[in-house]
Design a protein around this ligand. Structure first.
Ligand SMILES: CCCCCCCC/C=C\CCCCCCCC(=O)N[C@@H](CO)[C@H](O)/C=C/CCCCCCCCCCCCC
Ligand SMILES: [Ca+2]
Ligand SMILES: [Zn+2]
Length: 266
């Protein structure tokens, strides 16, 4: 039993050299880069708060759970233990489930599902089954998770098909480009390690951590904006960039220009 906690008990070993910078941390840069989740998550909780307050506070679960993804990712790369691997992958699975529960568009529900609470129960059952199945062939988990990621990008493309809002279109292009870049780093680290070792550059998995957290920040803002436009249109959601809306780069967030539902009734 203790074996599953022991260093390097996972079947997975990323390209970065082990114990290069510390005798206690197996993959140093991969561990350090996981801390990006701790920087981005509180910022996203803060930026999404006005929208979450108006729509549903359960939305905050997504970025709260992302803090745990960062924590488990750091633990996994620090130890490369089997327990670390499972915590890392299962925390991602549950965040993905949460994203489906809070943001999956109502009009795209399968015809036999009438409301979001039935949809949430279905997602819960699928997530529990996937959690149990993840122990059957743990090396396959990461590929399955990436397939869920592809499905999310596909759903986003379906949602954006009729969109004419230039700011939303731009945010979509940047998010998808970041995601493609992130996944390319992940695949390249997995399958092209000998090439990167010959260049003495084995940091692609750490770069994936940084790019994917930014892609998810951009992607969740966009999906939240689309959700607000459909579900709480009276709040007049607008996309803006922080710190300056006119700059080409910045952190996107939603500003609600309208009155709240309660104020409207008064
Ligand atoms: C439509 C846009 C909605 C965006 C919602 C995205 C929800 C993402 C939920 C979790 C993503 C966290 C991924 C971080 C992983 C960090 C830990 C890690 O590196 N783990 C690896 C081992 O160290 C493991 O091998 C990785 C497995 C693959 C995870 C795949 C996650 C899919 C992410 C999908 C992101 C979509 C972004 C779309 C932007 C347009
Ligand atoms: Ca390694
Ligand atoms: Zn990782």
């Amino acid at each position: 039993m203790a074996g599953v906690f022991s260093y390097e008990s996972s079947e997975i070993d990323w390209c970065e050299d082990n114990y290069k910078h510390s005798g206690h941390i197996v993959e140093y840069f991969n561990t350090i880069s996981s801390f990006f989740f701790f920087i981005i998550s509180p910022i996203m909780l803060y930026l999404l708060h006005p929208y979450a307050k108006e729509r549903n506070l359960a939305i905050h679960m997504v970025w709260t759970m992302m803090i745990f993804v960062g924590l488990f990712s750091a633990y996994f790369h620090m130890t490369l233990s089997f327990v670390g691997q499972m915590l890392d992958e299962l925390s991602i699975l549950w965040v993905l489930a949460m994203v489906y529960v809070v943001w999956f568009p109502r009009r795209l529900f399968p015809s036999f599902i009438k409301d979001r609470s039935t949809f949430s129960n279905l997602v819960l059952v699928i997530t529990i089954v996937s959690t149990l199945s993840s122990f059957v062939k743990p090396t396959a988990n990461a590929y399955v998770l990436n397939c869920f990621g592809i499905h999310m990008v596909y759903m986003l493309a379906v949602e954006m098909k009729c969109c004419t809002d230039q700011k939303a279109l731009r945010l979509c292009k940047v998010s998808v480009a970041l995601w493609v870049l992130a996944v390319s780093c992940w695949i390249s680290d997995r399958f092209g390690c000998s090439f990167w070792q010959s260049l003495n550059f084995c940091y692609l998995h750490g770069i994936w951590h940084i790019l994917i957290v930014i892609a998810v920040a951009y992607g969740t803002t966009l999906i939240a904006y689309l959700d607000a436009s459909y579900e709480i249109p009276y709040s007049l959601p607008v996309l803006q960039y922080w710190p300056c809306d006119r700059w080409a780069v910045g952190i996107p967030h939603i500003v609600l220009k309208g009155t709240t539902k309660t104020q409207k009734r008064c």
